[in-house]
Design a protein around this ligand. Structure first.
Ligand code: GLY
Length: 565
């Protein structure tokens, strides 16, 4: 591996680690295999598994468990997610381990007697927790496609939790804030504290003994180590004692599902992404089709026309998302073929006025931006397999609750369901039927783990966190690589916008869009709002001429990085 940003300073293991963790990253190259994740220790765990003979699936399982330990704001065993897996023979499959609503859930479960959301209960408190899917999904993918024994993949994380790892500045910043939060968010008060009761400081070792216990059960018993036995009992006890509704029956019944990927094309490239219950793949392919219609490569990047076109594509894809998409096991008539067709993109393109913004009408047929904490990693191995995995707790540190006997945090993914049946508002709350709460239903997601292939081989492996912004972040990065020929680090860092139909506004990255362009867009009828950052992308590209993988992690990831060999 050659890390082009590597510098020389390293004074013992701790300083070396701190250096890597705080260094800025551009691109990393590798010949054999690579992991790009939100934490360099987790990336290295995945690479070590590949060096021992494991494949990309093995590395993904090991990296995902390591992120639970080293990147707990989103790395998880208490949440859920998706894998897109491209095998070396060109075949692609996906694993859906999205959380499910508990058996005791109902469409009006978050409402008071006036039909309004009670105490933010779809995001706060244990009613907001969906039945976790991560362990089941990783286990299922490993049983079908893994090479190394399961226990070997979980063991490094048990050790990381037990023996600890060096607290970073990035983690410490959050640790201080989290340790001072509302006492109702029980687990967070002590989460980052050492045996002396103080928050562990940068450079000191942070150990998580309760999490080590839970991971050990998973190491020994596989899926059953989480969904049955001691851990399941402790989850049920914690839920009962704190107002939650998840039972052992919910856990035992949870199943991950292997699903066919969605496939689209763009100018000769194949796009593989996640089908429902994620909306990511549908919206991505719909927008890429529209960009093909618009011949986007001929439109200058970041020009007024570019922002207008991209925003109008987003507006349309998000309106369709709100109208049609939900859990496929509950919505058997979603018009996916139509939404993904080139003909549909043609009609969608024809009603874009290049001089004027369209209007988003809630009466005809949006959700605020949603959870921002999710994490993505991309993996390639020397056999030519590729993994794009995004998983989440919904908000940063999920519901910020969990049993201190188990040491992990639960998601608050129930907030991704439409909370008030029938009520869609201009501020972005959506009330359409396909994504209303029902027992054992999966909430609609925006996660967009994606693999772009060229000639049957992975060309770009990409994904991001960011709630509903995920779809648009991945969309623009794919466009940057395929249409604007940007190298991966530049594609990741380039200016991003976000429009989600409702609220009817373009969110843009402050300082990266010129005032002249913003003026011109406002004159066309767009409303613009600045934000600091959109997306935390983790990407890998493959160069067939040099036979090298190039990886890059978004500079907004404090402890992220690419590792390869
Ligand atoms: N929790 C973010 C998503 O699934 O869209």
């Amino acid at each position: 591996m050659i890390n082009i940003n590597s510098r020389h300073a390293a004074f013992g293991l701790t300083m070396l680690l701190l250096f890597f963790i705080s260094s800025t990253k551009a691109q990393t190259y590798a010949e054999n295999g690579m992991v790009v994740s939100d934490n360099v220790i987790a990336s290295q765990v995945g690479v070590d598994i590949m060096k021992k003979g494991g494949n990309a699936i093995d590395a993904a399982v090991a990296t995902a468990f390591a992120l639970e330990v080293t990147h707990p704001e989103a790395g998880n065993i208490g949440g859920g997610g998706f894998i897109v897996f491209m095998k070396s023979d060109g075949d692609v499959t996906t694993f859906d381990f999205r959380e499910k609503a508990p058996l005791a859930a109902s469409p009006g479960m978050f409402l008071d007697e006036n039909g309004e959301i009670k105490n933010n209960s779809n995001h706060q408190g244990l009613l907001a927790v969906g039945v976790p899917g991560t362990v089941a999904g990783l286990y299922q993918a490993h049983q079908k496609y893994g090479k190394l024994p399961w226990a070997e993949l979980v063991k490094p994380s048990v050790e990381l939790a037990k023996k600890g790892f060096t607290m970073t500045y990035g983690l410490y910043n959050v640790a201080v804030r989290m340790s001072e939060r509302d006492p109702a968010e029980d687990i967070m008060r002590n989460y980052f504290r050492g045996e002396d009761g103080e928050v562990v400081k940068p450079g000191e070792t942070w150990k998580q003994p309760a999490l080590a216990y839970t991971l050990k059960q998973i190491e020994k018993h596989g899926r059953d180590g989480f969904y049955k036995g001691e851990v399941a009992q402790k989850i049920e006890d914690y839920m009962k004692a704190n107002g939650g509704i998840i039972t052992k029956e919910d856990l035992e019944k949870y199943e991950a599902v292997e699903r066919e990927p969605l496939k689209g094309t763009f100018n000769g490239y194949d796009i593989y992404s996640m089908p429902p219950p994620s909306s990511g793949g549908v919206a991505l392919i719909e927008m890429m089709n529209l960009m093909e219609q618009a011949n986007i490569s001929s439109v200058e990047f970041n020009s007024t026309a570019y922002v207008h076109l991209v925003a109008e594509a987003m507006r349309r894809a998000f309106a369709d998302r709100a109208e049609y998409l939900g859990d496929p096991d509950f919505n058997l008539d979603m018009p996916l073929d139509r939404l993904l067709s080139k003909d549909f993109a043609k009609t969608r393109f024809e009603n874009i006025d290049m001089n004027k913004a369209s209007i988003s009408d809630p009466a005809q047929f949006g959700h605020p931006y949603g959870g921002d904490n999710t994490t993505h990693f991309s993996i390639v191995d020397k056999e030519g397999n590729a993994i794009s995995l995004t998983y989440t707790l919904e908000n940063s540190y999920g519901v910020k609750m969990g049993s201190d006997k188990l040491g992990f945090i639960f998601n608050n993914e129930m907030g991704d369901f439409n909370p008030v049946p029938g009520v869609t508002t201009a501020t972005g709350q959506i009330g359409s039927d396909p994504n209303l709460v029902a027992p054992e239903k999966r909430m609609l997601s925006s996660m967009t783990p994606t693999i772009i292939a060229k000639d049957g081989k992975p060309y770009l492996v990409i994904g991001s966190p960011g709630g509903r912004t995920i779809i648009n972040t991945v969309f623009q990065t794919v466009l940057n690589v395929l249409a604007y020929d940007m190298r991966i680090d530049r594609a990741i860092e380039a200016m991003k916008i976000h429009h989600q139909w409702l609220p009817d506004q373009i969110l843009y990255e402050r300082n990266l869009l010129s005032p002249d362009t913003r003026d011109a867009l406002e004159k066309m009828g767009h409303t613009l709002r600045p934000t600091t950052n959109i997306g935390v992308l983790m990407g890998i590209t493959y160069d067939a001429s040099t036979k090298l993988y190039t990886g890059s992690s978004d500079s907004s990831s404090e402890d992220g990085g690419a590792r390869g060999y």
